[in-house]
Design a protein around this ligand. Structure first.
Ligand SMILES: NC(=O)c1ccc[n+]([C@@H]2O[C@H](COP(=O)([O-])OP(=O)(O)OC[C@H]3O[C@@H](n4cnc5c(N)ncnc54)[C@H](O)[C@@H]3O)[C@@H](O)[C@H]2O)c1
Length: 344
């Protein structure tokens, strides 16, 4: 059986998760990890027995033995790294978002559409047990025609301010999962976006030009209306809920918890809090998305989440960012002539 040699670029939170998942897949070898913070990752890479650890990502791209790269650096580097990897003929699994701005995302997409390498954008919610089931119920007509979707997405605690500065902003960094998820669940495209934001937790976030509390209202081409609300902090845990309302019923997905045990007595009703963070809540989906990517390499198939999906999510994020800034509804068409992409 063929062995696929992987290089990892960026060994922070996501780089570590994806490395561990890759190392469990037979026929895969993680040959090299690049991260400028060598000291910070030394103990971890030593324990895993990673053969090579380098500070400069270019040596991963230039290594002729590497078949595929995982890009888990801060978002500001994604476009440049994806471009270099694709030009070097490496398959790419990249963390979201594809880029932190529309112009560079467009360039990346144009390049990727001309190459033969496989590229998967890490919208892991498509591999999550709850959202997959919601999509299956919707697709099989269980609730008829969809009219409304409500999503709540709240982080358990504020991100590091340095992360915020390199994140592209809350709509590119955080809402982008939901923008993709809505396209996935409805199998329809977004037509227009109205969004807004506020800073309720940390003035540093305002200084970084971002929001920590925000909403987006989306109108889909099929007529479905979607409302997303979000906060960068929720004191009770990682809050991830969805409701889909249709002509024949509704589907709800509540928070996953350590257990479903509920205590009721004369004083109180209690149950476990939502899982504490994205690492726990989405552990299975991170594993599943990486297994699927490797399956696509082995079986020469197109990944479930393509660069075009990554680009469409960026268009929505850009629309939301502009809408919040300009306090008006933004039509996706306004951003550019995308008819050929959306029909593709
Ligand atoms: N799918 C998800 O649920 C999810 C969750 C969190 C973050 N992310 C995405 O993952 C990416 C990384 O986020 P994170 O939370 O792991 O960040 P992180 O800060 O924990 O890790 C980033 C790592 O990249 C390294 N790095 C910085 N510059 C580099 C360079 N030039 N070359 C190589 N490595 C470099 C840093 O030293 C650090 O170790 C971001 O794009 C983010 O949007 C996805």
């Amino acid at each position: 059986m063929r062995t696929f040699k992987f290089g990892i670029i960026g060994a922070g939170r996501l780089g570590k998760i994806h490395t561990m998942n890759l190392m469990r897949i037979s026929g895969v070898k993680v040959k090299v990890i690049a991260d400028p913070q060598l000291e910070a990752i030394k103990e971890w890479t030593d324990n895993l027995g990673i053969p090579k650890v380098v500070p400069d990502w270019h040596s991963v791209i230039n290594d002729p033995e590497i078949n595929a790269v995982v890009i888990t650096s801060p978002t500001t580097f994604h476009a440049e790294m994806i471009t270099a990897a694709a030009n070097a003929g490496k398959h790419v699994f990249t963390e979201k978002p594809l880029s932190h701005d529309l112009a560079s995302a467009k360039k990346v997409l144009a390049l990727l559409e001309k190459t033969d390498v496989k590229v998967q954008v890490a919208f892991n919610r498509r591999f999550d047990h709850n959202y997959k089931k919601i999509r299956d119920f919707v697709a099989s007509g269980q609730i008829g025609e969809i009219h409304l979707i409500r999503i709540t997405a709240r982080d358990p605690f504020l991100p590091n301010i340095e992360f915020v500065k390199k994140s592209g902003g809350i709509f590119f960094d955080f809402f982008i999962h939901e923008f993709d998820n809505i396209r996935f669940v409805t199998n329809s495209e977004v037509e227009e976006v109205y969004a807004g934001g506020s800073v309720r937790w940390d003035p540093e976030i305002k200084n970084a030009g971002d929001y920590d509390t925000a909403f987006a209202v989306l109108k889909m081409k099929c007529g479905t209306l979607c409302v997303i609300d979000s906060s960068r902090q929720a004191v009770y845990g990682y809050d991830q809920r969805m409701e889909v309302f249709g002509s024949k019923g509704r589907i709800t997905s509540l928070n996953d918890r350590e257990t479903n045990v509920e205590l009721k007595n004369h004083e109180t009703v209690t149950m476990d809090k939502p899982l504490p963070n994205f690492q726990k809540r989405y552990a299975d989906s991170f594993n599943a998305e990486m297994q699927d990517f490797v399956r696509c390499l082995v079986e020469n198939k197109t990944p479930l989440v393509t660069p075009k999906d990554g680009y469409k999510a960026i268009l929505i994020a850009e629309a939301a960012t502009r809408s919040a800034r300009e306090n008006r509804t933004i039509k996706i068409e306004e951003l550019e002539d995308i008819s050929s992409l959306l029909n593709g």
